[in-house]
Design a protein around this ligand. Structure first.
Ligand SMILES: [Zn+2]
Length: 388
């Protein structure tokens, strides 16, 4: 069941990855990935740090799922990414932002997943809370004036675009957090206080459209500070979840096995589309070399996302097997993990044989033409007779 859910989640992601980048995705995808990867290094416990490092490739996907998958799946998702601080508590609605509550709720869900030993869910939630915590450090995610002079998108891009120029200070100690909602709320307050500074560095003189300051020393300092604070905050939130769960990380040696799940239709005619999900021994999506065979034919599957592969067999190959039931087999191989196979039976429907068209006009058409000629001739004769 869970594999199906993984495949479904990944499939949505794949579809969305073809859509143009939506500008209000804070910190862009790589900004989130870069900060999340840094946060892993700050986890105090060496064994847990090793677990997160082992799955850094997967966290790099799950930390962008809130933008790439959840927003499309759930109309309630968007307000989890911001908090309009200026709206007073008595007037607030869900649409004014619920970021601090989301940090609390999904961190607590991560605690439960860790306790259950559901490592897929734990890593999905670790990525999810990392995303919200990182968004909280984008000042425009903490204010009603979230898009001054249309600069929101530009601010979102800064971590990704200028990562190598940032000076990170990650010296803060990684302590568990007592009150996660309050913790996230305090981040929002701090970010909100930086809106004016961000405006001033990004916009310059608002009355002068040519005073465009896309990047500056002050902006570099501000973004360095926000990225550093975000990385430390993510590590602290994760560490809080780990501490509250009070469990040991899984034995990573169990991860080094491979399984593949194949979803294929039972019939195909002009095109066969199938999907293979590759998982490791702890049921975490894994990239591998994935090939397929279909009767005497074979090919390579196309990677669509982490652990998700697409198989496409076109009519030309398919119709060689018209009227037969053929075995489609996928084989996934990864060094250190081994090899796995899955198969499905597919009946190839023959294409309709087109009925040969008679070379000349059909009999019916001939009669219509004949009648038309007779009618025209009759009209001409009547007209000629009238003239006289
Ligand atoms: Zn976001």
């Amino acid at each position: 069941m869970r594999r199906k859910a993984v495949a479904a989640a990944l499939a949505v992601g794949v579809v969305l990855s073809f859509l143009p980048v939506y500008q209000s995705q804070a910190w862009w995808s790589n900004g989130h990935r870069l900060m999340t990867t840094e946060a892993i290094k700050l986890i105090p416990d060496p064994e847990w740090r090793q677990f997160f490092e082992h799955y850094a490739y997967f966290l790099n996907e799950t930390c962008v799922w809130p933008d790439s998958i959840y927003k499309a799946e759930d109309p309630m998702e968007e307000p989890r990414h911001y908090y309009d601080l200026e709206i007073p508590p008595e007037k607030r609605t869900y649409r004014d932002g619920v970021l601090p509550q989301a940090v609390h709720n999904y961190t607590m869900a991560m605690v439960e997943a860790l306790k259950r030993g559901d490592w897929f869910e734990a890593l999905a939630l670790a990525g999810r809370v990392a995303h919200y915590v990182e968004d909280a450090h984008q000042p425009y995610h903490a204010t009603v004036n979230y898009n001054p002079m249309d600069k929101h998108g530009l601010a979102d891009s800064l971590v990704e675009k200028h990562w190598s120029e940032l000076t990170l200070d990650l010296s803060a100690s990684i302590e568990p957090i007592d009150n996660l909602t309050q913790f996230a709320f305090e981040i929002i307050v701090d970010s909100n206080q930086k809106v004016a500074r961000l405006n001033a560095t990004l916009i310059g003189d608002p009355n002068d459209p040519s005073d465009d300051r896309e990047w500056s020393d002050d902006l570099r300092d501000l973004i360095s500070e926000q990225a550093s604070r975000a990385i430390v905050a993510v590590a602290r939130v994760w560490w809080t979840a780990i501490t509250l769960a009070g469990v040991e990380p899984p034995d990573l040696s169990q991860s080094y096995s491979i399984s593949v799940d194949l979803a294929a239709p039972d019939r195909a005619k002009t095109r066969l589309l199938a999907e293979a999900t590759v998982l490791d021994g702890l049921e975490i999506p894994l990239d591998a070399e994935v090939t397929w065979t279909f009767g005497q034919d074979s090919g390579e599957a196309r990677r669509a996302d982490v652990g998700l592969y697409k198989i496409r067999i076109d009519s030309e190959v398919l119709q060689k097997y018209a009227g037969q039931t053929v075995t489609l087999t996928v084989k996934a191989t990864k060094e250190g993990y081994g090899t796995a196979e899955a198969s499905a039976q597919v009946y190839v429907e023959p294409l309709e044989i087109p009925t040969p068209q008679p070379s000349g006009p059909s009999l019916e058409l001939k009669w219509v033409a004949l009648i038309a000629i007779v009618v025209v001739a009759a009209v001409v004769v009547i007209l000629l007779l009238r003239r006289r």
